[in-house]
Design a protein around this ligand. Structure first.
Ligand SMILES: [Zn+2]
Length: 346
């Protein structure tokens, strides 16, 4: 039997609805949970997040949301579960980590591949831990991440493994490959757009995952359309992995949303016309609540929350349709492909 492993338990993929494959209900960079300025007003924050989720379900037919927030970036299992209870959204949490330069707390940097594998498998099969407490809420997918994103982003240097992947990231990715093989779950990845200038980070991630026995058909390479060239996207698809177009309506590493949307849409439509439709998924990478919204006021690149949840349907999909994409192809990209990738055989 195939299931989605949501925070409220395993559910039938029949309940899928439209998918959001990479979002964040609550988001704060590592350390944010220690700040006086980020203390949660839990009841109000949950209501604020749940309202957006409920509106997205009612207005746009979203039914499943993958919360890609890693444990050190404010992953909050009880909050995710409460939003799921109030709205009926299938919320799939992830285990895994942020890029080494931004995340992976020191405790976890010291662990072996075997220990990291055990951590991921326990998150996926027994439930996640939050603030020293075991919770009953299981993760349903794995996140891996690479890249030099930091206060000043730059392309990744060549690491000790000969790839542009740091030493700790290498171990995390190996563990993710093993855990995915054991549990049968999807791996969704963060690649850094700048790395596409110096390598194909999706292929480097796939090389390691496949060395550890992961199935490329269960892998989604994320942030894949922000900067890469077409050849790099083909290379990833021809390995059997999937590509996620995200950051629609969000000005990440570019001056205007219009410029990024148009460039990404052209690349996406090119791949659809070449027959790759079944390997494509679509999401925002939006945060529903970031306690430091005062920061996003002064730094528009961080203003993920400002994109409206309907933007996909009011702007980006009409843009795809104007370039010849059919309703049937839209159904595959917004529902069926993700439902297949995020299903787990139990
Ligand atoms: Zn994200």
């Amino acid at each position: 039997m195939e299931v989605f492993r949501t925070v409220l338990g395993d559910v039938s993929p029949e309940t899928s609805g439209r998918f959001l494959t990479h979002e964040h209900l609550l988001y704060g960079y590592p350390g944010a949970e220690l700040d006086h300025r980020t203390v949660l007003d839990y009841e109000n924050n949950v209501a604020f997040i749940a309202k957006q989720v409920a509106d997205g379900m009612n207005d746009w037919g979203f039914g499943t949301l993958v919360d890609m927030t890693p444990p050190e970036v404010g992953r909050h299992p009880e909050l995710m579960a409460e939003v799921a209870r109030r709205t009926g959204m299938n919320v799939i949490a992830i285990t895994g980590f942020f890029p080494e330069r931004m995340g992976v707390p020191y405790y976890w940097r010291r662990q072996t591949v075997e220990e990291l594998t055990d951590f991921f498998v326990k998150d996926l099969t027994e439930g996640m831990v939050f603030a020293w407490q075991q919770t009953p809420y299981k993760a349903g997918a794995i996140k891996i991440a690479t890249g030099q994103e930091s206060v000043t982003p730059q392309p990744s240097p060549i690491g000790p493994n000969g790839r542009r992947i740091h030493e700790v990231e290498d171990r995390v990715i190996r563990a993710a490959g093993r855990a995915s093989r054991i549990v049968g779950c999807a791996i969704n990845t963060h690649t850094d757009p700048m790395d596409y200038r110096v390598t194909n980070p999706g292929i480097e991630q796939l090389d390691i995952l496949e060395e550890e026995g992961a199935d490329p058909a269960k892998v989604v390479i994320g942030h894949a359309f922000v900067e890469p060239n077409e050849g790099q996207l083909h290379e990833i698809l021809d390995r059997g992995a999937n590509l996620q177009l995200d950051h629609i309506g969000i000005p990440w590493r570019v001056d205007t949303v219009e410029e990024l949307d148009e460039r990404m849409a052209d690349a996406f439509v090119g791949l659809i016309n070449e027959g790759y439709t079944s390997q494509l998924v679509l999401s925002y990478d939006r945060w529903f609540y970031n306690p430091r919204s005062d920061v996003t006021e002064s730094d528009p690149q961080l203003a993920n929350e400002r994109v409206d949840l309907g933007y996909m349907w009011t702007s980006f999909i009409p843009r795809l349709k104007s370039k010849g994409v059919t309703d049937e192809q839209i159904d595959a990209i917004t529902r069926d492909n993700a439902a297949r990738i995020f299903s787990i055989k139990v």
